[in-house]
Design a protein around this ligand. Structure first.
Ligand code: NAP
Length: 676
């Protein structure tokens, strides 16, 4: 096989390095599959290009524009996914393993594209929370906003998910408006390169948005500043080295780390052999050991089981692991492919030797394995290895040593507290799972273990069918864990986008801050005019435009009519004596929904026009009851606008209902869809 020369992509050009070549082997055959190097790249110029070209280009786009780019990238990758599957076999991954990497990666882009359109504004600044009134009269307010960092996001990735690992970091950074330099792990760089090439070929990214380093990142870190972010996935040793880099420390470069993690799974004290949770637990442990040959940051390493059921779990696990066919990842009968490299296999074998000092191997031989359709020694094949430790409190190794392969250790626990303490002894992990049908057990585990784990998956018979399992990080949930796991956090929907932004507390007058953020904030000046706001098209409606209605008096007959018409005859509206005795009402009051209905009657302009539909109310509060004889009037103010498609946009109206004394009776936001 002719090796593939992996290219770098710097300053908008594909670049062949001038030297420093290293060979990368096929994980299955041991043949050279790629040659990689980055010598000759000008890393300082790459950082500068990202900052001076990529950053301004991305920041000129709105969140919605960037979301559209992510969607186009995902579509391009999906359209050419078979090319990626084909290359992926060289990493030792089966089609099922590669699905997580390739389609899971594209799925993450799709998810961020959708979140960007639905949860972020069609704007360049992101508002964080409500405005805070600071001065007595409201002429001085505070508002938090997020803006994109004006630097570059440098990703340094692990070998195990060359596509997903790149995309789960790329999506939030680009959506935030920050350009990216990708540095994949060398062992699988050829797959990351192909996915990267597909994205460049899609021709949807602005110049400078992305660059690619194949091989060493050279002196790139020397050129980083406090506006830059390093997102690292890999070993704790490399993380410590990079975190301690003098420039990273001096400049305060943001550092997000996902590193070693000794993830645990606990069999609940209620999940006896024969229960659905017991079976689910055994299935999940076996799956986590063998998917991707156990080379998953989230894989179960520590299997914590009530002491009385240790033998049952061992027998069931051994039965499952005996069925696992190790072999050529292309073959449909293969359940587990190879590790990424023979060096990685050597490392896992060495780690198993360390674990064997405090635990006994009860399944698999780390040194030999029967391989179907491939050469066991030429490729990086290895058997699943299950160890059993009798006294998990005696040996540190099972809680400290991560064998990054198809390896897990079974250990007994006493009561639930003991199980939780063992799970926490991993000193911080990406994920822990618990198999129980008892919510009280689950609650105790969350209170006891939540602080030590970035994600807790509680799996039972009700959720099993739809469960994504112990090991799957999801774009909508946070991925990352405290302590040993690196202390970082990625994804989690919009949370992940803000990792590439700066939150700033703005202070100023409502008029100024409203103009900055493009929303009508508390206390901002309102305008009025002869034209009813519902007669204005989306594009004609200016924020702050307000309708102050006439007033309407609420009579006892209105209340009784509404009560009988709707069937809501709650005592507060119908029984004077009972209502008087109430500490809240002090007599009969109008229904809150009657006030809403009358408010609509006061502000609606009935003829067909630009308002296409009313589609919701938000933040509704009934502040002060209205009694028979009270009069109400309404102020309706255009508060914010968001274009949904070329034909229509959402208008958010602030609605304030006041009584005859000017006291606020109700407030809410009304949402309408308006023609452009
Ligand atoms: P690694 O050796 O730490 O490498 C990770 C990345 O760092 C690679 O891209 C590597 O590049 C790069 N790197 C290494 N030394 C560097 C340096 N001095 N300067 C700049 N970059 C440097 O880890 P790995 O072998 O790829 O991955 C295996 C380990 O990662 C496992 O042991 C596992 O614990 C951990 N892991 C953790 C997670 C998680 O999310 N927590 C996920 C996957 C893996 P080269 O490949 O070019 O050397």
């Amino acid at each position: 096989m002719k090796p593939h020369y992996v290219l770098n992509y710097a300053n908008g050009r594909w670049i062949e390095p001038i030297g420093g070549w290293a060979e990368v082997m096929c994980a299955v055959t041991g043949d050279v599959v790629a040659v990689v190097g980055s010598q000759g790249l000008n890393f300082a110029a790459m950082a500068e290009y990202a900052r001076c070209v990529g950053g301004p280009n991305l920041r000129a786009l709105t969140f919605h524009d960037r979301a559209k780019i992510l969607k186009a990238l995902a579509e391009a990758l999906m359209a050419r996914k078979e090319e990626l599957y084909e290359i992926s076999y060289h990493t030792g991954a089966t089609r099922q393993d590669a699905w997580i990497d390739i389609e899971g990666g594209a799925g993450t882009l799709f998810s961020y594209a959708s979140k960007g359109r639905r949860e972020l504004p069609d704007a360049t600044l992101l508002i964080d929370g409500e405005a805070e009134k600071i001065g007595k009269t409201g002429s001085f307010i505070g508002q938090h906003v997020w803006s994109p960092l004006q630097g570059v996001a440098v990703q340094i990735n692990a070998f195990n998910f060359p596509v997903w690992g790149m995309l789960e970091k790329l999506a939030p950074a680009l959506l935030a408006g920050v350009p990216v330099i990708v540095k994949p792990a060398s062992a699988s760089v050829y797959l990351a390169e192909h996915a990267f090439k597909i994205m460049i070929a899609a021709d949807v990214l602005p110049p400078g948005a992305v660059q690619f380093i194949a091989g060493s990142p050279g002196d790139l870190l020397d050129h980083l500043t406090g506006q830059d972010v390093i997102s690292f996935t890999g070993s704790a040793a490399t993380a410590a080295k990079l975190k301690g880099h003098p420039t990273v420390i001096r400049e305060g470069v943001r550092f997000i780390a996902e590193q070693d993690s000794l993830n645990a799974s606990i069999l609940g004290p209620d999940a006896a052999p024969g229960s659905p949770e017991f079976d689910l637990f055994v299935r999940e442990v076996a799956k986590e050991m063998t998917v991707k040959a156990g080379q998953k940051c989230t894989a179960i390493r520590r299997v914590i089981v009530p002491a009385a059921w240790m033998d049952d779990v061992e027998v069931a696990l051994v039965a499952r692991l005996s069925q696992v066919v190790v072999g050529d990842p292309r073959a449909e009968t293969t359940r587990m492919g190879s590790l990424i490299s023979r060096a990685q296999r050597d490392d896992v074998r060495a780690k198993v030797a360390e674990l064997s000092e405090v635990a006994t191997v009860v399944f698999g031989d780390p040194q030999t394995v029967e391989v179907s359709g491939a050469d066991a020694e030429a490729g990086a094949f290895m058997s699943p290895v299950l160890l059993r430790c009798i006294d998990p409190w005696a040996g540190d190794a099972i809680h400290d040593v991560e064998a990054f392969g198809p390896v897990a250790t079974l250990m007994p626990c006493g009561d639930l507290e003991d199980a939780i303490a063992l799970a926490n002894r991993g000193k911080g992990s990406l994920v822990a799972s618990l198999f129980t049908y008892d919510p009280a057990v689950a609650r105790q585990a969350v209170l006891g273990a939540g602080a030590f784990h970035g994600r807790l998956a509680i799996i039972d018979r009700d959720s099993a069918k739809e469960s994504t399992g112990h090991g799957s990080p999801l774009p909508v949930l946070v991925h990352g864990g405290p302590g040993r796991a690196g202390g970082g956090e990625e994804m989690g929907g919009v949370r992940g986008v803000t990792h590439y932004m700066q939150r700033t507390a703005l202070q100023g007058s409502p008029r100024t801050l409203s103009a900055i953020v493009g929303q009508q904030l508390i206390g901002a000046p309102q305008t009025t005019g002869d034209v009813h706001p519902f007669r204005k098209r989306y594009g004609e409606l200016e924020l702050g435009y307000t309708l102050n209605t006439t007033s309407r008096t609420i009579s006892l007959e209105d209340i009784e009519h509404f009560a009988h018409f709707t069937g809501d005859t709650f005592y507060a509206h119908m029984d004077e004596e009972a209502a008087k005795a109430s500490p809240i009402f002090g007599g009969r009051v109008a229904h809150g929904y009657l006030i809403l209905s009358f408010a609509a009657g006061l502000f609606v302009d009935p003829a067909p026009g630009p308002v296409l539909a009313n589609y919701g109310l938000e933040s509704l509060r009934f502040v002060k009851p209205m009694k028979p004889g009270d009069s109400m009037s309404v102020a309706l103010t255009a508060k914010s606008k968001a274009l949904r498609n070329p034909q229509m946009g959402e208008v958010r109206w602030g609605v304030v209902v006041t009584n005859q004394d000017g006291d606020v009776a109700a407030t809410y936001d009304l949402l309408t869809m308006n023609a452009v």
